[in-house]
Design a binder for this molecule. Structure first.
Ligand SMILES: Cc1cc2nc3c(=O)[nH]c(=O)nc-3n(C[C@H](O)[C@H](O)[C@H](O)COP(=O)(O)O)c2cc1C
Length: 206
């Protein structure tokens, strides 16, 4: 497989080890070891995420990687009480945010329809729905990319969003949507595995 545009892409099945690592055996981490995560690793995670698809190639997700003690102290203050200790133990934390003015990039990201910039700029309902939905699927891609990088993720929705926005995104353009701890598993990192829906409760066929 190649990212070289001259080489045609061919779909093929991921092997069993890859499926386990990304999906069936991977777990959500609730504690982290002292082993550091490098900026190169964090960048490599984004270099995967950015290729996964979004509507009209809008790419509305923005990521703030917090990995200094000072930055983590500012962040932990705004986490829900049950999420403070795990966030403090993570060597790196990704604060995911929606760029509310994502449409400003449309002329570059979607040059076949640059006028979509004006559509979103003048239609707040469409702009909000599109940016929130697509930033959310990018958040899912990010969790899988963390796993692909050989690290574990701990996504958390329990935080004071206005507090984090005020702390890190004071100009109001980026809106925090999810916080994801990143690192290597610490002591007792996994909660008991919870069941998943039976196929008949999740699937229908037409
Ligand atoms: C969007 C999202 C928000 C979550 N919020 C929290 C949270 O605030 N605190 C927490 O401890 N776990 C949180 N979790 C973790 C989930 O409970 C966990 O991923 C799920 O139970 C599956 O666990 P498993 O991967 O170990 O099977 C969140 C997960 C996701 C994807």
């Amino acid at each position: 497989m190649s990212l070289d545009a001259a080489t045609p892409f061919t779909a093929q099945q991921l092997d069993a080890a890859g499926r386990e690592l990304l999906f069936t055996e991977a777990r959500t981490a609730n504690s982290f070891s002292n082993e550091p995560v490098t900026d190169d690793e964090l960048t490599a995670i984004w270099e995967l995420v950015k290729w996964a698809p979004t509507a009209a190639n809008t790419n509305p997700l923005r990521v703030l990687f917090v990995r200094t003690e000072e930055g983590k102290a500012r962040l932990v203050e705004h986490m829900a009480d049950g999420n403070k200790a795990k966030t403090a133990s993570a060597p790196a934390v990704a604060v995911l945010a929606v760029d509310t003015k994502f449409y400003e990039h449309i002329p570059v990201l979607f040059p076949i329809r640059p006028e979509m910039k004006d559509h979103f700029a003048s239609n707040e309902a469409a702009s909000t729905a599109t940016s929130q939905f697509n930033a959310a699927i990018q958040a899912g891609y990010l969790i899988l990319a963390i796993r692909a990088q050989g690290l574990v993720a701990g996504p958390m929705a329990g935080f004071d969003a206005a507090g984090i926005d005020g702390e890190f995104f004071a100009d109001g353009r980026f809106k925090t949507s999810l916080v994801v701890n990143i690192g290597h598993p610490g002591e007792n990192p996994w909660f008991d595995r919870l069941p998943r829906l039976a196929n008949e409760d999740a699937l229908s066929w037409a």
